[in-house]
Design a protein around this ligand. Structure first.
Ligand code: NAD
Length: 258
């Protein structure tokens, strides 16, 4: 994979999966715009990369912020070849019957509206170029349900819907749109989730998760980044509208009784 001369934009690039994708793009020659609501985190990742990267503080739920990060990328690089539409939150864990509307709205704003706004503002750039590759971060929670995470599960199903809809729309214009569906990946998000589920014994959540994963471990951010880069590369030239599962086999072969 060679991204020399290419420009990449990564939302949620200040931490976790997005940070790993920024580092991987840069390692393969791309110029990178690190976008994050946490401006300090974005600056830190850009500084870690060096001269090839810039940081932009932006909240993906706000259309004016999204327009601003697209303008920043065009100003700096003149184009956007690869877009990782990745920022997301897990939100609150709790049963539907007492799930606060505000908690539901907060998750939908970042995970669905943020992804929609990213597509709405980046695709016109790629349409003008007649080329580009987008990867949206969904989740295995976009494929199967999880009790007590109604907003997150609904939001990630919606990300897959947006991915398929966009792929059909811009495929004829030379643009590919795919999704990654990570299972449990070792980031701040999964550790927060563990503490929400079991405040006193968060490690028991990892034990329960990994018992149901054929590879018996959480994935790493680098393993997700590898798939994102593949999907953005020419190696995936005929891949669009696809959803790539990176979950150690968890959804394909859940733990049985034997
Ligand atoms: P993380 O918390 O480590 O990083 C997420 C980053 O997104 C943070 O830097 C945060 O500041 C940023 N962010 C959050 N809301 C934002 C907003 N409104 N605008 C701009 N930036 C915002 O989490 P992660 O695990 O790296 O998650 C990245 C993506 O991967 C998310 O979409 C998440 O749903 C998805 N995912 C994670 C896992 C996992 O187990 N970690 C599994 C499946 C899917």
């Amino acid at each position: 994979m060679n991204f020399t001369g290419k420009a990449a934009v990564v939302t949620g690039g200040g931490n976790g999966i997005g940070r790993a994708v920024c580092l991987a793009f840069a390692a393969h020659g791309a110029k990178v715009l690190v976008v994050d609501r946490d401006g300090d985190a974005a600056v830190a990742v850009a500084a870690e990369i060096g001269g090839q990267a810039l940081a932009c503080a932006a909240d993906v739920t706000r259309a004016d912020d999204v327009a601003a990060y697209v303008a920043r990328a065009l100003d700096a690089f003149g184009r956007i070849d690869c877009f990782h539409n990745n920022a997301g939150i897990e939100g609150r864990v709790g049963p539907i019957v007492d799930y606060a509307e505000a908690d539901f709205d907060a998750v939908m704003a970042v995970n669905v509206k943020g992804v929609f706004l990213g597509l709405k503002h980046v695709l016109p750039v790629m349409i003008r170029q007649g080329a580009g590759a987008v990867v949206n971060t969904a989740s295995t929670a976009g494929l199967v349900g999880t009790a007590k995470m109604p907003a997150y599960v609904a939001s990630k199903h919606a990300v897959l819907g947006l991915t398929k809809s966009a792929a059909g729309e811009v495929g004829p214009l030379g643009i590919r749109v795919n999704a990654v569906c990570p299972g449990p990946i070792d980031t701040r998000m999964i550790r927060d989730l563990e503490r929400q589920i079991s405040p006193n014994r968060p490690e028991s959540v990892e034990q329960a998760y990994t018992a149901g994963i054929p590879l018996r471990r959480y994935g790493t951010v680098e393993e997700v980044a590898n798939v994102v880069l593949f999907l953005c590369s020419d190696l995936a030239g005929n891949v669009t509208g696809a959803q790539y599962v990176i979950d150690g086999g968890r959804t394909a072969a859940p733990a049985g009784v034997s």
